[in-house]
Design a protein around this ligand. Sequence first.
Ligand code: PRP
Ligand code: URA
Length: 222
Amino acid sequence: MLSNGKEVIMYNGNENITICDHPLIKHKITMLRMKTTGTNEFRALVEEIAVLMGYEALRGLEIEEIDVETPIERAKCPVIAGKKQAIVPILRAGLGMVGGLLTLMPAAKVGHIGMYRDEVTHEPHEYYCKLPNPIDQRKIFVVDPMLATGGSAVDAINLIKEKGGKDITFMCLIAAPEGLKRLSEEHPDVKIFVGNLDRELNENAYICPGLGDAGDRIFGTK
Ligand code: PRP
Ligand code: URA
């Protein structure tokens, strides 16, 4: 694993994988992990981390210069240019990251992909898909707090590609090595941003140490 000495770590030399290394992200993920963190605080933390990670993930946005009249003089100044964006949360837990990213990209369209994991097989099942149409010219941010086996993320991105999506970034707060490997192998073109790379999956395919069930903790279910 290489550290660039700044805010991010490149994973195994793979330029498309960024493990965020900012102390604020690490601190807030630790707060998320605590089983005493209640629903209100959990939701707020997920949104805050999404903003902090979004700052990193949006570093590659194209800019163009426009003419601006300041109180002092005319100047050429940079603004965001290029492709329009789409944010696509994987339901349910991905919804928790949308508000944070919309503060950075207020004009983004929002699609939704519904996936649940079978409790026994841990295989994902799709139950909903509605994406901005057309999707092919957009810069797409697929978000889900948890990347465990990688099945949900891989299938969600398959769906997006079937509908024409090309420029795809996946963002998660916590990943297991197993899921990160699978996602990067099945979708090598997708840029992946991870808040923290955890140790492993347990026998129930939960991330260790992880934070438990992200959807239940965001929505106060169970
Ligand atoms: C969780 C999580 C991911 C998925 C990750 O969702 O939000 O979508 O599991 O696991 P995987 O990498 O092994 O596919 P879950 O299926 O629990 O649904 P929920 O968000 O509705 O609770
Ligand atoms: N989904 C979660 O919400 N948590 C895990 O640890 C694994 C999958």
